[in-house]
Write a protein that binds this ligand. Structure first.
Ligand SMILES: Cc1cc2nc3c(=O)[nH]c(=O)nc-3n(C[C@H](O)[C@H](O)[C@H](O)COP(=O)(O)O)c2cc1C
Length: 190
């Protein structure tokens, strides 16, 4: 199973880095697989630690994909790292093993501490749609224009029907990015 999370890491220089990552739950524990190049990958190698944040604030997913990476954090409890203020729960992890790969190395992680901060409030279709749209935005260069159009038209239904203010704001940032991409594409073609 893969859970969509926000991973926070700290660089050798102490700089905090925030990025969405799908975390695979394996029998041995969580696994993260960053495509190269990746600041998260560099930080995992530098510190051997990370914080996996579970949040329903989808602005953080959309924000990280649209240049809004500055989300409030506080120090982690056990590892050298930071916890997102918007996290419903978090897990502090250390790198247990590393499987090298030229494109996408895998890090097997050991959970050394976990905390719950707020309850799960139930599924929301607009939140799921924003996460899907964030993944779409991270792959725009790999997708045909018709595919982008049809996926967005479908996801927009859930946003129109079920979004609250946070979901609408996140959706707006992603749609701006798609519009910029399409405008850039049209210019290059013309
Ligand atoms: C929901 C979601 C899941 C993602 N999962 C991954 C992942 O498993 N591996 C990856 O390399 N990038 C993933 N991405 C894209 C990264 O968040 C993005 O490329 C990020 O900037 C990673 O690079 P960085 O470590 O340099 O920030 C995901 C994006 C989203 C929106």
């Amino acid at each position: 199973m893969i859970r969509e999370t926000i991973v926070t890491t700290v660089g050798a220089d102490g700089a905090v880095h925030i990025a969405p990552f799908g975390i695979t739950e394996e029998e041995t524990g969580p696994v993260i697989a960053p495509f190269r190049p990746s600041v998260t990958l560099d930080n995992l190698e530098a510190t051997g630690a990370a914080v996996i944040n579970l949040t329903d604030d989808v602005r953080i997913f959309a924000g990280c994909l649209t240049g809004r990476r500055d989300w409030p954090t506080r120090p982690a409890t056990v590892v050298t790292g930071r916890v997102l203020e918007g996290a419903l729960a978090h897990r502090e992890v250390r790198v247990a093993a590393r499987e090298d790969d030229p494109a996408r190395p895998r890090f097997r992680l050991t959970v050394v501490h976990e905390e719950t901060h707020a309850p799960f409030r139930g599924f929301n279709r607009a939140q799921a749609a924003v996460v899907e749209a964030a993944i779409l935005v991270s792959r725009l260069h790999m997708l045909a224009p018709e595919k982008i159009e049809s996926e967005i038209a479908y996801l927009a239904i859930a946003v129109e029907k079920t979004a609250g203010p946070r979901e609408r704001e996140a959706w707006g940032w992603l749609m701006e990015r798609v519009a910029d991409y399409k405008a850039g594409h049209a210019k290059a073609a013309g």
